[in-house]
Design a protein around this ligand. Structure first.
Ligand code: HEC
Ligand code: HEC
Ligand code: HEC
Ligand code: HEC
Length: 448
């Protein structure tokens, strides 16, 4: 490994190396004669890195960076992304979209298709985002006043074992997403995919070109497209859950889907068979075997700084508490419940915000919500300066706000139990949760 690195670096003057290191992932100069591989993925959904709540977890852009630079040593790569970069719900998703574009810039992507969720960011925002992108945004079937807003396709040429090979990459979004797209962009219309592809007939007939369709839509519709438009060698589809789907073929078209959240990457070697140019499909789990690319990690850390600078933590919507009481903080319980307090303090709940500080996620509302008391409630955690007594998963995370009980202990609190746990121990963050075994580790309340 280190010998190969040394060998490649020997080709480059130091200045060039620093320059590349500064802005792009080190992809190694292609020595020529490399075979060609297409790498595809979709629906990153704003999942920049695994949260780390349980281990091991799959996915994350820093691992993708490392995966791609390993592949680039052996293959000439085409890199395509099939849309829905984020869930497009709020300001944090805008920051994530901008961060992802910087990451794709650093990873030399060739095409980014747009999904219905991307359009939910708003057309003007998307156009501004496209200006920051070195990679073209594709959409062959969304129009404004009868004209396409984004490029329908992009042509790419790459070396395949010493010879140039042409690719045509087309992007479309399922017309089933029209209502969602129009709810934010009333002046846009979504043309049926088959109509849009019909209109591209001439482009799609180009000889000696490998044709890939990025389709932001479901498998059944992808199969229909493959029947109606057999020119495509590969259709990348989406919306199948977070696991990859086995490749299938319709005629000479191979249909592929790597699943949501970027946990798996799809890859396909170019084969010599002219009827099945993209035959061999493999899916690769982005597990801890892939180290984090330090460049992509830097971009992620810059994102966290923006989350902090914009004080997203301070802008979380607060709803009223269920029992109308306010939070008192765990320290207020200690004088009367000393043993419960000791057990709690020694448990992992008693240090849960520190865990986020160590990961630099302690100003990130997406994480803080489950690692403190009542972030999304009136009188709950705001920040370490104003509400230090509500840091960590405290007594009131499970027993509910208890200020009245603190003043007058004859005022009873609601029963805590399994339901309290399920606010936070959801499968995505605590896949091994089981009430009996988990309660055993934190049990208390026997004596006061
Ligand atoms: C829906 C609630 C929830 C959210 C949101 C959440 N966490 Fe967690 N986190 C948990 C729970 C529950 C555990 C304990 C899981 C277990 O042990 O079963 C945990 C544990 C952890 C741990 C400790 C893992 C270990 O074993 O040492 C880390 C680190 C962590 N979370 C980081 C984060 C980060 C970073 C984010 C945001 C990107 C985040 N969490 C968002 C609920 C959440
Ligand atoms: C992770 C959730 C959780 C945390 C944190 C927690 N508790 Fe509990 N507690 C429970 C559950 C569940 C029970 C058992 C069910 C019950 O009796 O309400 C319980 C039981 C109790 C009881 C006995 C209830 C009874 O009816 O006899 C007391 C008192 C108590 N907790 C106080 C505390 C105090 C004080 C703290 C903080 C120092 C705390 N708890 C932290 C979940 C929690
Ligand atoms: C001034 C003393 C005092 C303080 C402070 C206090 N408690 Fe209590 N707590 C009691 C007493 C006494 C009981 C038993 C009351 C009873 O049995 O009627 C009790 C009972 C409980 C119970 C079990 C019965 C119930 O009401 O559900 C829970 C849970 C509880 N306390 C949680 C808390 C939490 C959480 C805090 C801090 C926010 C807290 N207590 C603060 C004195 C206190
Ligand atoms: C407000 C969110 C929240 C609630 C409610 C909650 N937890 Fe947790 N729990 C966490 C977080 C976050 C961690 C990880 C803390 C860390 O390591 O930083 C955790 C960790 C744990 C752990 C340690 C896991 C390990 O592997 O050692 C146990 C056990 C646990 N919780 C049990 C419970 C039980 C039982 C309940 C319900 C009675 C409960 N939790 C309710 C957020 C919560």
């Amino acid at each position: 490994m280190s010998a190969r690195l040394w060998f490649c670096w020997g080709f480059l003057p130091l200045g060039a190396l620093l320059l590349m290191g500064a802005s792009r992932i080190h992809t190694h100069p292609a020595p020529g004669n490399l075979p060609l591989m297409v790498v595809f993925s979709a629906e990153q959904h704003g999942y920049l890195t695994p949260c780390g709540c349980s281990k091991p977890m799959l996915g994350g852009m820093p691992r993708r960076g490392e995966y791609l630079s390993q592949l680039a040593q052996k293959y000439s790569l085409i890199r395509v992304e099939n849309g829905n970069l984020t869930k497009a719900l709020d300001r944090q998703d805008e920051l994530k979209a901008e961060t992802l574009i910087e990451m794709f810039n650093a990873m030399n992507y060739d095409a980014i298709n747009l999904g219905d969720k991307d359009f939910r960011l708003g057309l003007n925002y998307l156009l501004a985002l496209e200006k920051r992108s070195k990679t073209p945004f594709l959409c062959a079937n969304v129009q404004r006043q009868g004209a396409l807003v984004f490029k329908p396709s992009v042509e790419v040429e790459r070396d395949h074992e010493g010879k140039a090979q042409r690719f045509l990459i087309v992007g479309v979004v399922s017309e089933k997403g029209e209502a969602k797209i129009k709810s934010v962009n009333p002046d846009l219309t979504v043309q049926p995919v088959s109509e849009a592809l019909q209109a591209m007939h001439e482009t799609l007939s180009k000889p000696d070109t490998v044709k890939i369709l990025l389709f932001q839509g479901r498998r059944a519709d992808a199969e229909q497209i493959a029947k109606d438009h057999p020119q495509f060698h590969m259709i990348v589809y989406a919306q199948e859950g977070d696991h990859y789907s086995p490749a299938r073929t319709v005629g000479q078209t191979v249909l592929v889907c790597n699943g949501q959240d970027g946990k798996y990457m799809g890859q396909s070697k170019l084969s010599a068979n002219p009827d099945a140019r993209l035959g061999q499909i493999e899916y690769v789990a982005l597990g801890p075997d892939y180290a984090d690319s330090s460049l992509i990690m830097q971009i992620k850390m810059a994102y966290l700084s923006r989350v902090e600078a914009e004080n997203l933590l301070g802008q979380v919507q607060k709803r009223p508490t269920l029992n109308g009481d306010t939070f008192a903080g765990s320290a207020a319980c200690e004088p009367c419940h000393q043993q419960d307090y000791r057990i709690w303090k020694a448990s992992r709940h008693g240090d849960a915000l520190k865990t986020l500080e160590d990961d630099k996620h302690d100003k990130d509302p997406e994480c803080v919500v489950c690692h403190v008391v009542g972030l999304d409630m009136v009188s709950g955690f705001r920040n370490m300066q104003e509400t230090p007594n509500l840091k960590d998963v405290g007594c009131e995370s499970c027993h509910g706000p208890a200020a009245k009980h603190v003043k007058d202990p004859t005022i009873q609190l609601g029963k805590a139990g399994m339901d309290s746990c399920m606010q936070c121990h959801v499968p995505q963050h605590s896949p091994r949760f089981d009430f009996d075994t988990y309660w055993e580790k934190i049990k208390h309340g026997g004596s006061k």
